[in-house]
Design a protein around this ligand. Sequence first.
Ligand code: PXP
Length: 260
Amino acid sequence: MFFSKYSLDIRRFILIKLGVNIDHIATIRQQRRGKYPDLLDAALICKNAGADIITLHLREDRRHIQDHDVFGIKSNMINTDINMECAVVSEILDIACKVKPYSVCLVPERREELTTEGGLNITKDYNKIYKAIKNLKDYNIQVSLFIDPEYEQIEAAFHAGADAIELHTGKYANLTLNYDINEELNRINNAVISAIKFGLKVNAGHGLDYSNISKIASIKGISELNIGFSIISKAIFSGLYEAVKDMKSLIHKSSLNSLY
Ligand code: PXP
């Protein structure tokens, strides 16, 4: 076995890191605006299960993650890398500069969208993005730009001063449904090669799940993958059995006790 000769530390450098996006735990909590499911508990479970990074998208409309979530996780999980997804707007970026996460991924954001739909258009919004990157880097925050796998966006990310790009894998994820993936995989692969030539770190994410992950995780040169929806969805089923059993047992215990 290759790794048996090497320390775990070497694995840390050569294996792709997993960022777990816990936004949708907050989506459930915000349905009642109560205390649970608790985001800090969720982040700790992810970390204990092997997540290298906790990813949170503080959206302008605060539909899931709230300001106190980012500050709370940052102050309670001191040895954990936090990645904040942020729109390029000063209100959110000011918060990021106060939180000082390990990294910020700048994303396009539209209120009416269900999730981040496409990558940034860096060439169009160059000045705004350039200023945001400079400001974040002044706070020692690593900045990545969420882009489609296109050469002109990669080149623009480099010129704007980004440390990293996060390639949008949403198109790949949707194509797997039609078994027509090779063209998009090539596009992603070529984007990784180009970005590395520019000296950019390459992350990827969006729509990745248990059936489509292996082809992306086999691409050489990717540093981090950010995955949310599929993990949280699977967690519902892996936890549902226990959750029902525990409730049933509490009900039975109480109803039996009431007989005495
Ligand atoms: N990366 C970015 C930049 C995103 O906006 C999202 C969605 O919030 C993800 C990764 C995770 O996508 P998914 O929830 O589909 O795994």
